[in-house]
Design a protein around this ligand. Structure first.
Ligand SMILES: O=c1nc[nH]c2c1ncn2[C@H]1C[C@H](O)[C@@H](COP(=O)(O)OP(=O)(O)OP(=O)(O)O)O1
Ligand SMILES: [Mg+2]
Length: 204
């Protein structure tokens, strides 16, 4: 029985991770059904540092294979902000609506052709032996002028991925899961998980 502990408190993120991870694990636990009170200070300067800190902290407590996701939105016109501060962009307890409102306000004089942005996702996996693996995925797009759509979470209602005329929140979850930053990071992680857990099928 192979267990995975997903070191996130974000339920929207946890849902996507469960949809994306494939069938390497029999049981997937998240901090929501495990330990709601743990507070990890995400004080790294990069997504990589924060993802590593989250996974290490949880692995050292429970010694189970652990996956952390640190992600955020980098806006070209804001020199990459909010970036690693995406979750705290409008203060510690702000809602997604408040964050979106603040970002749209900051961008209110920016014309469409300068509203480029990208979502970034860094995954850190620590296996049962304490070995660490990290992957990164990016999804380019632009920031809309008003929130649209009800699916997804976070900044999804204002992010229009490249090649689409709809926000992430207007796409079905399986469509977002084909193209998102998180999907791209998982494509790379799943190759690694395949090597770790299906070794005997690889030497043919
Ligand atoms: O696909 C996405 N669609 C919309 N918004 C997204 C996405 N991916 C990340 N985001 C936003 C949410 C949050 O404002 C920040 C991540 O911050 P981040 O610290 O990684 O996650 P979090 O604090 O919500 O949960 P946790 O640290 O417990 O995993 O970027
Ligand atoms: Mg966080």
């Amino acid at each position: 029985m192979r267990k995975l502990l997903v070191a996130t408190k974000n339920r929207g993120k946890a849902k996507e991770i469960k949809e994306l991870i494939g069938d390497f694990f029999d049981i997937i636990l998240t901090l929501s059904d495990f330990d709601e009170n743990i507070n990890i200070i995400e004080d790294g300067k990069t997504f990589e540092e924060n993802a590593l800190k989250k996974s290490k902290t949880i692995y050292s407590l429970y010694k189970l294979p652990t996956l952390a996701d640190d992600s955020g939105l980098e806006v070209d016109a804001l020199d990459g902000r909010p970036g690693v501060y995406s979750a705290r962009y409008a203060g510690d307890n702000a809602t997604d609506e408040e964050k979106i409102k603040k970002l749209l306000e900051e961008l209110k004089n920016i014309p469409e052709e300068k509203r480029g942005a990208q979502f970034v996702c860094v995954l850190t996996f620590i296996d049962e032996n304490g070995r660490m693996y990290q992957t990164r995925g990016v999804c380019r797009g632009k920031i809309g002028f008003a929130p649209k759509g009800l699916n997804g979470f976070g900044y999804d209602p204002i992010f229009i991925p490249e090649g689409y005329n709809a926000t992430f929140a207007e796409l079905e979850s399986d469509e977002k899961n084909r193209i998102s930053h998180r999907a791209r990071a998982f494509e790379k992680l799943k190759k690694i998980l395949g090597e770790i857990y299906n070794e005997d099928t690889c030497d043919k």
